[in-house]
Write a protein that binds this ligand. Sequence first.
Ligand SMILES: NC(=O)c1ccc[n+]([C@@H]2O[C@H](COP(=O)([O-])OP(=O)(O)OC[C@H]3O[C@@H](n4cnc5c(N)ncnc54)[C@H](OP(=O)(O)O)[C@@H]3O)[C@@H](O)[C@H]2O)c1
Length: 247
Amino acid sequence: MKLSSKVAIVTGGSRGIGKATAILLAQHGANVVITSKNNSSLQNAAKEMKNVVAIPGDIRKNTDVENVVKVTLEKFGKIDILVNNAGIFPKVKPLHEISEEEWNDVIDVNLTGQFRFTKAVIPHLMETNGCIVNVSSDAGLKSFENFEADAYTASKGALVLLTKAWAVEYAKYKIRVNCVCPGIVETDMTSPWLESEADRAMAVAEHPIGRIGMPEDVAKAILYLVSNDSSWITGAILPVDGGIITK
Ligand SMILES: NC(=O)c1ccc[n+]([C@@H]2O[C@H](COP(=O)([O-])OP(=O)(O)OC[C@H]3O[C@@H](n4cnc5c(N)ncnc54)[C@H](OP(=O)(O)O)[C@@H]3O)[C@@H](O)[C@H]2O)c1
C-alpha cells in the first residue's frame, strides 16, 4: 500500500490510461477522484472501481476545474497527487491545412487544460508537499514521419518543458513534478490506427520491445512517480514506450 491516506486527482480518468491509473492508485490505498467531461461514462467508470469518486468537469472551463478541486477538498480535506492526463488527438492533416480553430481546440485541452488544473491544485500541494505527473507523449520528444498532428506535438512538447519548469519553480515547496511519455498505447485514442491486422503489425514494429503498450504499462510508471519510491526524483521525463524513442 504505497499510497495509504493519499488523495489523488486523475484527469481524463474515465477511460484508457487515466482509468488504469485511477484503478492502480486506488489499489495502493489512495482515495482517487476521477474527472472528465462526459458525466455518464465517468460515473460508469467510477462504479467499476473501489475508493474512486467521480467529479465531472470540462478541462476547458476554469469554473469546472475549480469545482473539481473544491468538491475534492470538501470530500477529502486535502490533495496530495495530481495526474494531468486528459487529452485529445486531432484529425490528422498537414500544418497548412489546419484551421486556427482546430489548433486552438487541441491546445485548449492538452496544454491550457493542464495549466488550469495545475494552477488550481498547486496551492493545496504546497500544504501536503504533494506531487504532479504530466502525461505527455513520445510525440513531445521527437518528430515522427507522417504523424501530422502539429497542435498535439506542440502541446506535448510544451508539457515536457513545463514539467522541468514547474519542478524547479515548486521544489522549494517540496512539490515534485515529473512526466511520462507513452509510445502507442491501446486506448480509444489509438483505436483508429489499430483496426486491421496490418495496421497493428506496423504499430508493433515501431516498438523495439515487440509490442504496443497497455494502459496499465503507463499506470505503473505513474504509480512509481507519485509514490515515495521516487522521493528524490523531480523534473524527470520518463519514456514509457517499448523503446520507440531510442530508435
Ligand atoms: N494512447 C496513446 O497511445 C497515447 C500515447 C501518448 C500519450 N497519450 C496521452 O495519454 C493521455 C490519455 O490518453 P488515452 O489514450 O487514455 O485517451 P482516451 O482513452 O481518449 O481518454 C481521454 C480522456 O481525456 C478526457 N478528456 C478529453 N477531453 C476532455 C475535456 N475537454 N475535459 C475533461 N476531460 C477530457 C476524456 O474524457 P471524456 O470522454 O469525458 O471526454 C477521457 O477520459 C492523453 O493526454 C494522451 O495524449 C496517449
